[in-house]
Design a protein around this ligand. Structure first.
Ligand code: FES
Ligand code: FE2
Length: 365
């Protein structure tokens, strides 16, 4: 019997056990991660990330092509680049091997040119979807866009592909929680009136719709009380859907998008260990005048928006850590899932079951 047939939350060990985590990680290494907007990668810039532990360098060359590489030097396997920055060339801090933005080794001190010629950073798959950059560490992964066809149709009225403003950030904060807990709290809105009483809750009506999914994504279609009235665009030109709907949708298993008519707040969870995770998150907006939160208070600067994002993140992260502690209770048992309000947890369970037999079963060693 599949776990999802029980109508219950996953058992505690699914969020703590090392062998379940190893299975999760193997799955994630073949999955698509959102790593920002195209506008977060102007020509000649790069960002580094660790996707489920895999060091990745996303690098845009001068001609505007965004590529992703394994961020590991081909000499003695040091991590190559750190953080974010600008540059056409990347030198390893260990012995100075230098790579170009096409991934090829350009020079290595005291080494003949003919020995370096064939050396290059392994390349990963990159796909652009509605202005977002996705990376898959499996070079031969199936294309992502066809998986999102159903959801693309749903969110198309908000025209997020046209959004011209963005910023993103890798959070330095390590959250003491399993990555699936962070996904679940990012996807369901049942907790809004409690965890986000003063932030998200005032504008949203609760009672989301839960459209059928093809198993690659999950979405909540949620009515909200009033439009965001973007100052740079005539609100009268908005359709009913634009005026009254937000979408919380997950590209399973690890990225969440909160889509509103003039902005998208998104994050990807980067698991580090069974009970440790980090996130990369960002905001995209129709233009720089439309950067304002879902809560209704007008926010006009990026700094204010970041502070808002940090506040929401802190509210959710504290709750994830609190659940993680609860999982250690001797009598802690998975309770019932609430229809619609928590349907995304059910969709996540189904996602795992379709890919890992008997999930979540502890592997016998
Ligand atoms: S490990 Fe990078 S140059 Fe030696
Ligand atoms: Fe939340």
């Amino acid at each position: 019997v599949a776990w999802s047939d029980s109508g219950r939350v996953l058992p505690a060990y699914a969020y703590t056990d090392a062998s379940v985590f190893a299975q999760d990680r193997a799955l994630l290494l073949g999955e698509w991660f959102a790593v920002g907007r195209v506008t977060d990668y102007p020509p000649g810039t790069y960002h580094t990330l660790e996707l489920a532990g895999q060091p990745v360098l996303v690098w845009c060359s001068k001609d505007g092509k965004i590529r992703a590489f394994e961020n590991v030097c081909r000499h003695r396997m040091s991590v190559l680049a750190e953080g974010s920055g600008e540059g056409q060339f990347m030198s390893c801090p260990f012995h100075g091997w230098t790579y170009a933005s096409d991934g090829k080794l350009r020079s290595a001190p005291q080494v003949d040119k003919d020995l370096t010629e064939a050396i290059a950073l392994p390349e990963f798959a990159v796909e652009i979807w509605l202005g977002f950059v996705f990376v898959n560490c499996d070079k031969n992964a199936d294309a992502m866009a066809p998986r999102l066809e159903g959801v693309e149709e749903l969110v198309r009225p908000h025209r997020i592909d046209e959004f011209s403003f963005s910023f993103m950030q890798s959070s330095e904060t390590v959250v003491n929680a399993n990555w699936k807990l962070m996904m679940e709290i990012g996807l369901e809105s049942y907790h809004f009136p409690f965890v986000h009483r003063d932030t998200l809750a005032p504008r949203l009506m609760g009672a989301p719709d839960a459209p059928e999914t093809n198993g690659w994504w999950t979405v909540s279609v949620e009515p909200r009380k009033h439009a965001l009235l973007p100052s740079a665009e005539d609100p009268e030109s908005l359709t009913d859907t634009e005026r009254s709907t937000t979408f919380t949708f997950g590209v399973l298993p690890n990225t969440v998008f909160n889509i509103d008519v003039d902005n998208v707040v998104w994050f990807s969870v980067l698991p580090l260990a069974p009970t440790k995770s980090r996130v990369i998150y960002g905001v995209a907006a129709r233009n720089e005048h439309c950067v304002r939160p879902l809560g209704g208070t007008e926010i006009v600067s990026v700094e204010e928006y970041q502070a808002w994002g940090d506040r929401l993140g802190a509210e959710d992260n504290a709750m994830s850590e609190r659940v993680q502690r609860g999982l250690l209770g001797k009598h802690a048992e998975p309770g019932m899932l609430i229809r619609n309000a928590e349907h995304c947890l059910y969709d996540m369970q189904r996602y795992f079951e379709a890919r890992i037999p008997n999930y979540p079963e502890i592997a016998q060693s």
